[in-house]
Design a protein around this ligand. Sequence first.
Ligand code: ACO
Length: 324
Amino acid sequence: MATRIISTGSYVPEQIITNDDLAKVVDTSDEWITQRTGIKQRHISLGENTSELAVNTAKQLLERAGVAADKVELIIVASVTADYGTPSIACMVQKEIGASNAVAFDVVAACSGFMFALSIADKYISAGIYNNAIVIGAETLSKILDWSQRSTCVLFGDGAGGAYVEKSETDGIIEEELGSKGELYEILTEGYTRCSNVFNDIEEGTDSLWYVNMDGREVFKFATKSVVKSVERVIAKSCVSPQEIKYVIPHQANIRIVEIISNKLKIPYEKFYVNIEKYGNTSSASIPIALNELNEKGLIERGDKILLTGFGGGMTWGTMLISW
Ligand code: ACO
């Protein structure tokens, strides 16, 4: 038994911020951002919160799959920018789409979040507990960016993407790997909330920890190492050769990271689907937005072998080989 993607969807806020727009507010340039990252523009929310991006994606998934909301059994949303501490985004999606019979919860694995969420859905479905699931990565990273920090604010964008999956007797997820390296957690953090009580005053000097803080070079090193090893292990465990893989959908963090991964794996760069120039890094949404774009363009056919791979805060990584 396998878990198969039946439909894909995505939703991004309308407002586009170009590199030139950013150069008006921080000391940067289109040339620097394009050369160092590959990003040309990003979508930034004008008030729509993460749950709204996720709800729009979920509605599209069900419409495209032709499935009624009350038939959905599981909803998992991956995000590091939830509207609330509680409720989960997944419960808000459940309410808004009317999926009254579903179990709903969120997962946190930063930019690897969609891979973790899809893996969890696959386990429930493979174990025969649920027959289907909505899996979404959704972020409004704009609310956790320090817009005066040029080293981080130019990198990210807002958006959501997802997949509706069902139990399948034939095609689906072939092989996968998730990984975590918690000892490196300090190289990429965001959203720190302070601890206070009646006896101790609030911690001093932690305000900036609310925003994305990153040691860019260490993240770069981690990404190029962990993704390559993970992809090699997943391919080795499967009966699929690298030549048989039609597309690789990497997490869209930096075009230079993708080029290095392609070189190290000796998988031609043309097989990597990259759309970072339009969206920037949308964290957990980046892989499903790219997958949906590939699907909408009609570039994937039944039986094609597609490899999804991402890395993110935690630090975490996840790779999945799919037969479409
Ligand atoms: N515009 C202009 N100059 C800038 C900008 C900017 N937006 N940001 C930094 N600089 C300057 C720095 O101040 C520095 O100047 P200095 O030499 O005078 O000190 C110079 O550019 C070089 O800075 P570095 O940080 O060394 O630049 P680097 O080539 O490493 O690129 C980057 C930075 C793009 C962040 C890179 O390290 C990177 O991509 N790291 C990977 C991490 C990543 O992709 N994170 C995304 C999110 S994490 C995730 O998705 C899990």
